[in-house]
Design a protein around this ligand. Structure first.
Ligand code: SF4
Ligand code: SF4
Length: 126
């Protein structure tokens, strides 16, 4: 009996939660959500891989591939902040939930190997 007014009040007022995923909250400004890469701008330097605290990025310079283990990513944004070509960005929304372990692989164009300089010719009087 003591709780009856509270129960009636709670039954009559709107729910305090959203009916997710049917009702999605507006994203906050500068929210670190889904990671996106513009693979055409990637130079395969590996900086993102070295800075990632979760070690979820793998860069293969020879094959021109960039991959990310989506289950290991914690959306910290370190890779984006340290990318020299700014090809990594983050959306202000989350990636949809995954039901199995997924590695996201992007195929780019591997950089051409640098030509080795010919050794300088020795002078005759040496
Ligand atoms: S830091 Fe940027 S340019 Fe370098 S490998 Fe990562 S995504 Fe590519
Ligand atoms: S956002 Fe953070 S955890 Fe995710 S790939 Fe980039 S550096 Fe790694």
């Amino acid at each position: 009996m003591l709780f009856t007014p509270t129960v009636v009040k709670n039954l009559l007022k709107k729910p305090a939660t959203r009916n997710y995923p049917f009702v999605v909250r507006e994203p906050f400004p500068n929210f670190r959500g889904e990671l996106v890469i513009d693979i055409d701008k990637c130079i395969f330097c590996g900086m993102c891989s070295r800075k990632c605290p979760s070690q979820c990025i793998t860069v293969d310079k020879e094959k021109g591939t960039w991959s990310c283990d989506l289950h290991a990513c914690i959306s910290c944004g370190y890779c984006r902040d340290h990318c020299p070509t700014k090809c990594l960005t983050m959306k202000d929304t989350h990636r949809k939930p995954l039901t199995e372990r997924t590695v996201w692989v992007e195929q780019g164009t591997p950089p051409k190997p640098k030509k080795k300089k010919a050794p300088a010719e020795k002078k005759d009087d040496e």
